[in-house]
Design a protein around this ligand. Structure first.
Ligand SMILES: [Zn+2]
Length: 430
């Protein structure tokens, strides 16, 4: 059976749209068309019992290519994305070479087009070489065929307030957004690897205090207010940052924010066994922060869930905790963790899941053909979700090249049944 999106109609029957009611969907040439037009030879997909969501959009993916193809490639990373229900990923700029020129951005976009599993949207660096000194070619990246709108030095903080101001002023001309990895490098330097508190003291690990994040965010929202520009905060991990965001939004500042799934479920206690799979930057935080993040996502202070999918090769991750690389993979399990922490606990509805994982990420990144309603005329980007199946996560079944999976051995929801990008099935559960 082929579901290639071209030529043949695809009739998806009985899907529960956003959990609001059942309907049939007809896909032709990559778009939804009126079901009444269905031809008798249409291929059928029985979605009875499945919830249909707009294709998920990840604002924060590390695909590692070019440069670290031993950890991930665009091909494997986007295959993992499709398995996770994503139809678009924003590819972070900290590759080798760094995505700090129009040519580099176009190269990443071309790799994504060749792989064909999801839209790959390059993120441009804020500073040349991510060095935090000189602005990268923001305008050239924006006006190039790659159409870059999101700029980030992620992995590094834009710690120089003057550089942040200039970047924010610059991107206003093309409705761009600066996505900040908020980490004051003096308060939490490169060795900081564990939330500063009881656990870091007991384990003797260099502490990463919560204020190293929230003080940078407090500065940047005020610079964004001054310049009238759009600012986005990556992987919010502390209760204090949620408070600052709430204050900023109350003043009408154009700030948005994301939270990573691991920060919604895991706490600092996970590192007690010194297992480097739980080393991530920013670090896992105590439960009072986790609770504040869940509440912030529920009430919209945090706009989006983003994976911070960070694959690492074994030889970079399997070291003593303090020396191991930071980061964990997460594309395939993001929706599962959101269901576990936010839907099963009745903090979020299916409509909210669609908003936080598709509609709002697409809006932040200015992706005009993602996060759209499931209705006639729109691009057929959707994810079909089984709300009740659970499974034990097995890192060895991942489509990612890397195995640094913090959920291995844990039972979680197993929601994604099929993903369609531009009407083409990019993933179907066997
Ligand atoms: Zn980061």
């Amino acid at each position: 059976m082929s579901v290639d999106g071209a030529g043949t109609d695809l009739l998806i029957t009985g899907a529960d749209l956003y959990g609001r009611g059942r309907a049939d969907l007809l896909v032709r040439d990559g778009r939804f068309v009126d079901v009444a037009e269905a031809r008798s030879d249409a291929e059928r997909f029985d979605a009875d019992g499945l919830v249909a969501l707009p294709g998920l959009v990840d604002l924060h993916t590390h695909l590692r290519e070019p440069g670290r193809e031993d950890a991930e490639t665009v091909e494997t990373g986007t295959a993992a994305a499709a398995r996770g229900g994503f139809t678009a990923v924003l590819a972070m700029a900290n590759t080798h070479p760094v995505t700090d020129t129009a040519e580099a951005a176009e190269h990443v976009a071309a790799l994504g087009a060749r792989a064909g599993h999801a839209a790959v949207v390059p993120v441009g660096a804020v500073s040349k070489g991510l060095e935090g000194v000189e602005l990268a070619e923001l305008g050239l990246m924006a006006w190039s065929p790659a159409g870059v709108r999101v700029f980030s030095d992620d992995g590094h903080c834009v710690s120089d307030g003057r550089l942040m101001r200039r970047a924010l002023e610059y991107v206003r001309a093309f409705d761009g957004v600066i996505a900040q990895h908020a980490q004051d490098p003096r308060l939490a330097g490169p060795d900081a690897c564990c939330h500063e508190g009881v656990v870091s003291g007991r384990l003797g690990l260099p502490g990463w205090p919560a204020v190293a994040e929230s003080t940078v965010v407090a500065r940047d929202v005020q610079i964004a207010e001054l310049t009238g520009s759009r600012l986005h905060i990556c992987h919010v991990s502390t209760a204090e940052t949620v408070d600052v965001l709430s204050w900023a939004k109350g003043r009408g500042i154009a700030v948005t924010a994301e939270v990573a799934p691991h920060h919604l479920l895991l706490t600092t206690d996970a590192v007690l066994g010194y297992d480097p799979v739980f080393k991530v930057n920013p670090p896992l935080r105590p439960s009072e922060h986790v609770e504040a993040l869940r509440e912030g996502l529920r009430d919209g202070t945090i706009d989006a869930v983003a994976t911070d999918h960070a694959p690492h090769a074994r030889h970079d991750k399997e070291h003593a905790f303090a020396e191991a690389a930071s980061g964990m993979i997460g594309l395939e399990t993001a929706l599962a963790v959101v269901l576990e922490t936010m839907v099963a606990t009745e903090r979020m509805s299916w409509v909210d899941v669609g908003k936080r994982m598709s509609v709002d990420p697409a809006r932040i990144a200015r992706l005009t053909d993602q996060g759209r309603p499931l209705q006639v005329g729109e691009p057929a980007n959707l994810t079909l979700v089984d709300p009740s199946t659970r499974a034990v996560v097995d890192r060895d079944t991942s489509a990612s090249l890397s195995r640094n999976n913090p959920w291995h051995g844990l039972e979680l929801p197993d929601p994604v049944v099929a993903t369609f990008w531009r009407g083409k099935a990019t993933y179907r559960r066997a």
